[in-house]
Design a protein around this ligand. Structure first.
Ligand SMILES: [Zn+2]
Length: 273
């Protein structure tokens, strides 16, 4: 595919797909906040891992879950979008990772607990995975990926018609390749763009649940800094599956300011599904 045609497909798909997948209009961070988050991350020492037994890891996660579950469950029911019955699984993996999958399944790796410096930080991760379910992100990601693919295919057809009108010839095989490429790009953009917004939303909803459970949001945010240090990235591009560290931290801070001021509500500024 030529450079100009690829740019056309990418631009069209981005315009049409980067607009949904969350249930909120999220609090925004400005470039000054992102820049100061970048400075803070750069100034922080490299995170240190604690060595914990599986039993110690289990005790921390169960303690956090016991305290967070009630407020998070109530918030999930207020939102009324996704599954609010969760199955928590603790993985022995020391990789710093956690996930939400299926209908209510949550996995927290031991690596999260070893890298966290407090229960507040562990709670931020557990709440984040609960929030992915509460906001129904898994079902939304599936349908948005399909929408993204359809948009990509439509734009490819438009590009071919435009090229034919301007007298440019394509072989049949070339046309098929354009259609397949565009569909793949559309699906990828749909999924990745939504994923980035959904990660921010999961952070924000997690902070709301933590606040209700009496955790300290300023302490919990330490894990955002740790993740940013681990990822080693200082800027983001459109195609990142997750927000880069400084942007994610700055958006968390914007949400934290709303929550501490008493302005944040699970259903405020609700977007249509
Ligand atoms: Zn996430």
């Amino acid at each position: 595919m030529s450079g100009s045609r690829r740019a056309f497909v990418l631009g069209g798909a981005a315009l049409l797909c980067g607009c949904a997948g969350t249930i909120h209009d999220l609090p925004a961070a400005g470039s000054a906040q992102i820049s100061s988050a970048r400075d803070e991350i750069a100034a922080r020492d490299n995170p240190q891992r604690r060595s914990l037994s599986d039993a110690e890891v289990g005790a921390v996660v169960r303690r956090v879950h016991a305290r967070l579950h009630g407020p998070a469950h109530a918030m999930c029911q207020e939102i009324g979008q996704g599954p609010c019955e969760w199955i928590l699984r603790i993985s022995r993996s020391r990789e710093v990772n956690a996930s939400a999958s299926g209908r209510g399944s949550i996995t927290i790796n031991a690596g999260i607990v070893e890298m966290a410096r407090s229960d507040d930080e562990v709670a931020l991760v557990v709440g984040h995975e609960m929030a992915h379910h509460a906001a129904n992100h898994i079902a939304r990601t599936r349908s948005n990926t399909e929408i993204g693919g359809a948009v990509g295919a439509v734009i490819a057809a438009g590009a071919l018609v435009a090229a034919a009108a301007s007298g440019v010839a394509f072989s049949g095989r070339g046309n098929e390749r354009v259609a397949r490429d565009s569909q793949a790009i559309g699906q990828s953009l749909g999924r990745l763009a939504f994923s980035r917004d959904q990660e921010r939303e999961a952070d924000h909803l997690s902070a709301m649940a933590l606040h209700r459970a009496g955790y300290d949001l300023a302490t919990a945010r330490g894990f955002m800094v740790t993740l940013a240090r681990l990822s080693g990235r200082s800027s983001s591009s459109w195609l990142d599956t997750h927000p880069a560290g400084p942007e994610r931290l700055a958006h968390y801070d914007a949400g934290m300011a709303e929550i501490l001021a008493g302005h944040a509500q699970p259903l405020r500024r609700m977007r249509p599904a």
